[in-house]
Ligand binder design. Structure first.
Ligand SMILES: [Fe+2]
Length: 239
C-alpha cells in the first residue's frame, strides 16, 4: 500500500515536471515564433556596397569615405532595422503617443539618412556629364547648367556653417527639377524625388578639409558621376 502510494506520488511529480518542461518548451517555441514573425514583419534593409573604389576619388581620402560609409550610412541602416523591429512588435492600441511619436520620428530620420547617403555615394565616381535627357531638363528648369551649378554650390556653402543636405530633385507636383536645402535628414519637398545629393554634415568633410566647406564642395562637384542621377530622372519624370 505504502509502496503503491509512493509510486503514484513519484509518477505524479514526474508528470508535473514533464508538463512544466513541455510548457516551458512551448512558451520558448512561441517566443521564437513571435520574434521571427516580428523580424519578417519589419522589412530588414541591407546596406548597399559602395559603387566605387574609395581610393579612387580625387580629393576625398579613402579614410573619410570609408568612415562615412561605415559609421554614418551603415549605422543608419542598422538603426532603421532596429526601429522597424520595435515598430513591428508595438501594440499600437496600447502604446502611448510619445512612444509612437518617438519611434516614427526616429524611423523617418534613419530612413532618410539611409536613402540620402545612398544617393550621395552613388553620385561619386569617375566624373562625367549628365545624359541628354537630364541635361535638357536642367537647361529648361534652371536656364543653364552653369546656373544650376551656381545654385547647388551656393546652397551647399550656405549650409557650410551648420549641416544638412543639398538636393537636386524631380518635383512630381510641379513636373520640374528643383534644388532644395535640407537642414536635417527629414526635410524634403513633398512630392519631390531627390536624384543627386550633397552631404553637408561635417562628418563628410572635416577629416579632409577641416572647416573649409567650400573646398569640399568644389572637390565633390569635380567628381560627380551623373549615371545614377540620369537613371533616377528617367524613372521619376515618367511617373
Ligand atoms: Fe553623411
Amino acid at each position: 500500500m505504502t509502496r503503491d502510494f509512493h509510486r503514484r506520488q513519484f509518477l505524479g511529480v514526474a508528470a508535473t515536471s514533464a508538463a512544466l518542461v513541455s510548457g516551458a518548451a512551448r512558451a520558448e517555441e512561441r517566443a521564437q515564433e513571435k520574434a521571427a514573425a516580428t523580424k519578417s514583419a519589419a522589412i530588414i534593409h541591407q546596406p548597399k556596397p559602395l559603387t566605387f573604389d574609395p581610393k579612387s576619388i580625387g580629393g576625398l581620402s579613402e579614410k573619410i569615405l570609408v568612415s562615412h560609409y561605415e559609421n554614418n550610412y551603415v549605422g543608419a541602416v542598422k538603426r532603421l532595422n532596429a526601429i522597424l523591429e520595435q515598430l513591428a512588435s508595438l501594440d499600437f492600441d496600447k502604446a502611448s503617443g510619445f512612444q509612437i511619436n518617438g519611434l516614427k520620428r526616429e524611423e523617418l530620420i534613419a530612413r532618410n539618412s539611409m536613402i540620402l547617403h545612398e544617393l550621395y555615394f552613388a553620385g561619386l565616381g569617375a566624373p562625367n556629364k549628365p545624359g541628354a535627357a537630364l541635361a535638357g531638363a536642367i537647361g529648361r528648369d534652371f536656364g543653364s547648367f552653369d546656373r544650376w551649378r551656381a545654385e547647388f554650390v551656393g546652397i551647399g556653402k550656405a549650409l557650410g556653417g551648420g549641416s544638412g543636405w543639398v538636393l537636386l530633385a524631380y518635383d512630381k507636383h510641379g513636373e520640374r527639377l528643383v534644388n532644395s536645402s535640407a537642414s536635417d535628414h527629414t526635410q524634403n519637398i513633398a512630392g519631390a524625388a531627390p536624384i543627386l545629393a550633397l552631404d553637408m554634415f561635417e562628418h563628410a568633410y572635416h577629416l579632409d578639409f577641416g572647416a573649409k566647406a567650400g573646398d569640399y564642395i568644389k572637390t565633390v562637384m569635380s567628381t560627380i558621376d551623373w549615371s545614377n542621377a540620369d537613371r533616377l530622372f528617367e524613372k521619376y519624370s515618367k511617373v
